[in-house]
Ligand binder design. Structure first.
Ligand code: E4P
Length: 220
């Protein structure tokens, strides 16, 4: 499974990228606003830090303007993936951008039928939002299961990767991996939680305390 980080915070991205475990980044207009930076500068800087796909979202709602915005965003760096919303206009823009060789991430997906259309439109990624479905008492992970099942039924014609979005906690990541989702885009705090376990901390403390008693050191 690939790990993307869902943020436009450059310091967080730099810190996480240094682990070598980051495969890409997703942003959206709300995350750009939260960063307080200039959209183009932020995306350019992220693309310099992370070689993998960096999603930058269009803000127009009609296909023609989305297409122009998408082309402008794609020109920022070769690793930009243009994000478009799952509307009919978004699908039209997705088709045109994909045919022109641009990677497109179709976002705000909340149903399997929407995911099917995004694949048909040539999306490189489909972003189903699990947390926002859970928030309204619907089964977010159930949607991932349905999309993975559908896409797997057409291995020769569907190349779209399932990018699990709106992740709220580590269990979302684990469940998505069990279902065979291709990518999880994870908020920085949740990404860090993936590595932590109280028994790891307790065990390490005990090992180090015993080691100190030996008076030895590995490096002389
Ligand atoms: C995905 O690309 C979105 O930016 C993101 O996962 C949305 O998450 P939220 O529901 O926590 O805003």
């Amino acid at each position: 499974m690939k790990f993307f980080v869902d943020t436009a915070d450059l310091a967080e991205i730099e810190d996480l990228a240094a682990t070598g475990l980051l495969d890409g980044v997703t942003t959206n207009p709300s995350l750009i606003a939260k960063s307080g930076g200039d959209f183009f500068d932020v995306i350019r800087n992220i693309c310099d830090i992370v070689p993998g796909p960096v999603s930058a979202e269009v803000t127009a709602t009609d296909a023609e303007t989305m297409l122009s915005e998408g082309r402008t965003l794609a020109a920022i760096a070769p690793n930009v993936a243009v994000k478009v919303p799952l509307t009919w206009d978004g699908l039209k823009a997705c088709r045109a951008l994909s045919q022109g060789g641009t990677k497109v991430n179709v976002t705000l997906c909340f149903s399997p039928s929407q995911a099917l259309l995004a694949a048909k439109a040539g999306a490189a990624f489909i972003s189903p939002f699990v947390g926002r479905l859970d928030d309204i008492s619907q089964d977010g992970m159930g949607l991932i299961r349905e999309i993975v099942t559908i896409y797997r039924a057409y291995p020769d014609t569907i190349g779209t990767e399932v990018l699990v979005a709106s992740i709220r906690h580590p269990l979302h990541v684990v469940e998505a991996a069990k279902l065979g989702a291709d990518v999880a885009t994870v908020p920085p705090a949740v990404l860090r939680k993936l590595a932590s376990h109280p028994l790891t901390d307790k065990g390490l403390d005990a090992f180090l305390a015993d080691w100190q008693k030996t008076g030895q050191s590995i490096l002389s």
